[in-house]
Every structure is written in structure tokens, then in C-alpha cells.
Design a protein around this ligand. Structure first.
Ligand SMILES: C[S@@+](CC[C@H](N)C(=O)[O-])C[C@H]1O[C@@H](n2cnc3c(N)ncnc32)[C@H](O)[C@@H]1O
Length: 215
């Protein structure tokens, strides 16, 4: 972590970092308004989140990331850009989705280029698993969207299988499985690295639908 990133966390934490008190976070109170909300899980350096928050001022953005240098970088850049529509949880995404966020409280969840864990013995470390998707479904409003992207084809297949087996999600690309990259998803560092290695990029979008089994 650079000195500037450490300083950003220390000095800007009060403004941007969310502390967990044991009760679910009141997002209206946190952002000081009621607006459509996007959660980005694992934002890395935060470049995509920063760009989205700057270009969509009417929407609020709740980022989740465990990597302190990435959090420090994002906080410093939010301050530079004068953004008031970003808040950050520096914590494990499963914990945040299960305990910090209210059910049906967000309109969109983004998971862009999660660690692919290519070795078979590491597959269990992948973020996109049935427990994760159940927790995403819990926080999404009905009709809300989960958007995933990866440059690792076997992970894209795995994501498809996990989501397809959840009765509360309907694939937005149906009858296709994957969809073209939406314009608002700018290329991230991980994506350009994947492309430079010749990897194809897969975008998947799923809508939350009513499901007795998952509510
Ligand atoms: C491969 S990077 C991708 C970062 C970014 N989305 C991009 O496209 O550049 C995956 C990120 O997810 C974060 N991450 C992994 N597991 C997480 C978890 N359980 N909760 C929060 N963040 C997590 C990692 O720290 C890492 O920054």
C-alpha cells in the first residue's frame, strides 16, 4: 500500500467507508437520498466504479473490496472527483451481502473479473458459488440485475451453471447464454490483460425473479 493510499483510508474513511454496527445499513440514510443502487463486488483498483459513479450521478454505488490498496486508491479518486454517490465496505462480500445489506435493497450487482482460480483444487475458492448467488438474490429487488464478466471461459461456464440452477434468476441473454459487452462496462486492467493473452471475454446478466424457494 502506498503512503497516499494509507492516508486516503485514514483521512477519507469517515466520508466513504461504511462501518458495520451489527444492524443492516440504512442505505437511504447512508447516501442521504433514495436512488437506484448498484453494488460492485471486488472492484479491485476501483477504476470501473469511479467511471460509473461519475457518469451516473443519479445512481448510488456501494463498492465491496477486501484489498486495502484498491480501497485507498478509490477513496482518493472519489475525493478528487468530488463524488458523493460512492460508499465502500472494506470487508468480505459474503459477509456484507448476508448481514450488512437489507433484503431487496439494491437494483444491480456487478461482479467483473472475479479471480478465476483456474486450478481444479482451487475451484472451491471461486466467489461465484450457490451461496454467493443466493445472497445476491437476497439483496436484489425483484427485476434487479446481476451482471458478471470474466475472461476465463471455464469460469464463465461455471457461472452459467450456478446461476441457471438458481430458481430465482432468469438469464437476460436467453436463448443465448452470454451477451455482448454493455457500453457502460469499461475495460478494466484485468480485462485488458486477459485480452492481451488472447482470452475471449464473457458477459452474463441475470434478472431476479420471484421464487418461493429463494425468498
Ligand atoms: C481479479 S480482481 C478484479 C478486480 C476488478 N473487478 C477488475 O476487473 O479490475 C478480483 C478482486 O476481487 C476481490 N475479492 C475477492 N474475493 C473477495 C471477497 N470475498 N470480498 C470482497 N472482495 C473480494 C479481490 O481483492 C480482487 O481485488
Amino acid at each position: 500500500m502506498t503512503a497516499a493510499q494509507r492516508r486516503a483510508i485514514a483521512e477519507l474513511g469517515d466520508r466513504y467507508l461504511v462501518e458495520f454496527s451489527g444492524d443492516a445499513v440504512d442505505l437511504d440514510c447512508l447516501f442521504g437520498r433514495r436512488a437506484s443502487r448498484t453494488v460492485e463486488v471486488g472492484f479491485g483498483t476501483g477504476d470501473a466504479l469511479l467511471a460509473l459513479a461519475g457518469s451516473e450521478p443519479g445512481r448510488d454505488f456501494f463498492g465491496i473490496e477486501v484489498y486495502p490498496p484498491g480501497v485507498g486508491r478509490l477513496l482518493a479518486r472519489c475525493e478528487e472527483a468530488g463524488l458523493g454517490n460512492v460508499r465502500v465496505a472494506m470487508a468480505d462480500a459474503l459477509e456484507v451481502l448476508e448481514h450488512w445489506l437489507e433484503p431487496s435493497s439494491v437494483e444491480e450487482v456487478l461482479v467483473w473479473f472475479p479471480d478465476p482460480w483456474p486450478k481444479k483444487r482451487h475451484h472451491k475458492r471461486r466467489l461465484v458459488q450457490p451461496r454467493f448467488t443466493a445472497l445476491v438474490h437476497r439483496v436484489l429487488q425483484l427485476g434487479g440485475r446481476l451482471h458478471l464478466a470474466t475472461d476465463w471461459e471455464p469460469y464463465a461456464e461455471h457461472m452459467f451453471e450456478v446461476l441457471d440452477s438458481h430458481p430465482g434468476f432468469s438469464n437476460c441473454a436467453h436463448p443465448d447464454r452470454f451477451m455482448p459487452r454493455p457500453e457502460r462496462r469499461r475495460e478494466t486492467r484485468f480485462e485488458s490483460r486477459g485480452r492481451s493473452r488472447g482470452h475471449r471475454v464473457f458477459d452474463l446478466a441475470w434478472r431476479a425473479v420471484e421464487s418461493a424457494a429463494s425468498r
